[in-house]
Ligand binder design. Structure first.
Ligand SMILES: [Zn+2]
Length: 313
């Protein structure tokens, strides 16, 4: 995708003035009550588990084996037989990655709106409400600060269960503010991507702008000497893969994650060439130099802590 960088979209406040001319009534893409910028001591809202189904036993999507659910959960939702990594929610990610009780959520009150009056099978405004109810999240990203083995970090996670983890205005705004917070506080920055949807089509150009906005914030963070560790998990696709997720000083990936831009069927239909085996997996991308290291979930915390120390963070 061609990336443009008009200066007007570099500011993280720009989404609020970017509503298209033909939308009536005009409303900002991000709704924000006054005085909610500061970190909040509240943790993420409790939400039902997804990925490891309820019940005593479950069938592994990787090897087909029947697995004792508790055993998989003790392994951070990883199959004990084949190492398949199941989905984990953004809130669970934070728990797995950060030292207990250290997470402080930022920008918790940013809420998505429907600036285009978009409708597919159902109106986007209704979809937002049902996704919020189902997941307990306001949108597809959770951001804040916390400690990793006693190292203070800024940490963001996208959640593939909320409209496929796609990047709408709120996801972009939360991540851009997180990067700015990391820049101001001279904190190492960790973003864990789980976004099958890329840019969120329901918000049209406003969601595409988030790619440039977050990337511009990351460029300023980099110029200030910050360390950005991007962790790509299953799936990381589209506009998320094509912007911040690929911009890490270090790019880690979980094993056998689907990572790419367009889906394989689209690429095949466009270029009419047989795609190589394992195309768009972590292992393939490691071989081709796109990512730096494959890190199993159980090692993620210690590997990130080690990288921070190594880089002098
Ligand atoms: Zn398995």
């Amino acid at each position: 995708m061609e990336r443009r960088r008009p200066s007007a979209i570099a500011s993280s406040a720009a989404v609020q003035t970017a509503a298209p001319q033909n939308s009536a009534p005009r409303q900002p893409a991000v709704a924000e009550p006054a005085a909610t910028n500061g970190p909040s001591a509240r943790g993420p809202a409790p939400r039902p588990k997804r990925g490891v189904p309820e019940g005593l036993w479950l069938k592994c999507d990787g090897c087909g084996a029947t697995i004792y659910r508790k055993e998989a959960e003790e392994l951070l939702n990883v199959c004990p037989q084949c190492g398949f990594h199941w989905y984990v929610s953004a809130a669970t990610r934070m728990e797995q990655l950060l030292d207990a009780g250290t997470f402080e959520e930022c920008d918790a009150d940013l809420k998505p709106t429907d600036p285009l009056g978009f409708r597919d099978k159902k109106p986007y405004a209704d979809r937002i409400v049902s996704e919020q109810k189902r997941t307990g999240l306001k949108d597809a990203a959770l951001t804040g600060t916390g400690m990793i083995r006693a190292r203070r970090v800024a940490c963001g996670v996208t959640d593939s269960s909320f409209i496929m983890g796609s990047m709408g205005s709120v996801v972009g705004e939360r991540l851009a503010r997180l990067v700015e917070r990391a820049t101001a506080g001279k904190l190492p920055l960790i973003i864990i991507s789980a976004s099958g949807g890329g840019a969120r089509m329901h918000e049209g150009i406003l969601s595409l702008m988030q790619m440039a906005k977050v990337s511009a914030a990351l460029a300023r963070y980099s110029q200030a000497g910050g360390l950005f560790i991007s962790v790509l998990t299953n799936p990381t696709m589209g506009g998320v893969a094509a912007s911040f997720a690929s911009l890490g000083d270090l790019c880690f990936a979980e094993p056998r994650a689907l990572i790419g831009f367009a889906g394989p069927r689209t690429i095949k239909a466009t270029i009419r060439v047989e795609l190589p085996k394992g195309f768009q997996t972590s292992e393939f991308l490691l071989e081709h130099g796109f990512i730096d290291r494959i890190v199993p979930r159980k090692d993620l915390k210690s590997e990130i802590a080690r990288a921070i120390d190594y880089c002098g963070g």
